[in-house]
Design a binder for this molecule. Sequence first.
Ligand SMILES: Nc1ncnc2c1ncn2[C@@H]1O[C@H](COP(=O)(O)OP(=O)(O)OP(=O)(O)O)[C@@H](O)[C@H]1O
Ligand SMILES: [Mg+2]
Length: 319
Amino acid sequence: MHDIWIEKYRPKILNDIVGQEDIIERLKAYAKIRNVPHLIFSGPAGTGKTSSALALSRELFGETWKQNFIELNASDERGINIIRGKIKNFARTAPMGQNQFKIIFLDEADSLTIDAQAALRRTIEKYSHICRFMLSVNYSSKLIEPIQSRCTVFRFGPIKPDAIQKYLRKIAKEEKLEITPDGLETLIFVSKGDLRKAINVLQVGASISNKITAELLYETSSTAKPEDVKLLIDSALSGNFMIARNQLYDLLLKYGMSGEDLIKQIHQAIFDLTISDESKVKLIEKTGETEFRLVEGCNDHIQLEALMAQFALAGENLR
Ligand SMILES: Nc1ncnc2c1ncn2[C@@H]1O[C@H](COP(=O)(O)OP(=O)(O)OP(=O)(O)O)[C@@H](O)[C@H]1O
Ligand SMILES: [Mg+2]
C-alpha cells in the first residue's frame, strides 16, 4: 500500500515546519518553559496549524504526549454537547508524567454557532486549571470576543514559494523524483500557498511518472495551464465565439475540470488581461454571476458557454 504523503511528511518537530518562522520561534519558547497559554491558530488550509499543535505537544510532553493531547473537531454534526462530554472525560484524569496540564486541540472551532461558542467559553474557564485549549480556525474574527480575549492568537499566512520549494525538494529526494523547473513552478501556482495541496498534487503526479513536469501536473490536478485559459478569454473577447466554445470544451476535457474549477481560473486570469479596470469590473461581475449559478448546481456547459457569450458581447467595446 502507498503511504499518504501529507501524513508521511507531516513535520514531527517544530523545526520541521516551514514558512512560519516567527510563529515557530514563539512556540519553541513555550516548549522551553514547558507552559503555554490558550492558543488560537488562524489561517488558510494547509499552512501548518494542526502540524504545529501536534509538534508543540510532542515537544512539551515528550513520550507522554499522546496521553496528554486530544484532538476534537468542532464541525462534528453531533455538536457542542458531545465535545463537552469528551472534554470532561479527558480532563477528569490528571496529566501524565511531570506535566501540569493537558492539551485540547479543537479543529474548525469557527464552525461553532454563537451559542455553542458561549458554551465552549464556559468549558474553557471550567477546565483552565488542568487544560490548555488550542483552537484552529480559518478566521479568528468568527470567534466571539470572550474566547478571543482568553487566547493568544497566531496568524498563519499562506506558505511562500521558496518554503514550498524547499519542502517539495526534500520529498522529491526521498521519493527519488525529478521535478523539472516548470514542474516546480506549476506546483507553486496550483497550491497558492497551501502546502497540503502542493504535496497531494505532487503525489498524484508521481503515481504516473517519476519525472514531474508542468504538463503532467496540469493534467493530473484539474488545473488548466494559465496560457490556455488566457487563449480562451482572448477568443471570446475578440468575438470568435465558436472558437472560444471549442477551446472551452477542450479545456474541460483535457484537464478533467469541473465548471467550478475553471471559473476560478477564469476569474484569476481576468486580472492579468491588458484591458481597462472598468472592463475588468464588468467581466468580474459576469464571472461572479456564473460562479454562483455553478455552485447552485446549474449545467456547467451551458453556464460557461453563456459566460463566453457575455465576454464576446463585452468585447465589442474593446475592439
Ligand atoms: N508549514 C508547514 N510546514 C511543513 N509542512 C506543512 C506545513 N503546512 C502544511 N504542511 C503539510 O501539509 C499537511 C497538512 O498541514 P496541516 O494539517 O498542518 O494544515 P492546517 O493548517 O491544519 O490545515 P486545515 O486548515 O485544512 O486544517 C501536513 O501534514 C504537512 O505535510
Ligand atoms: Mg488542520
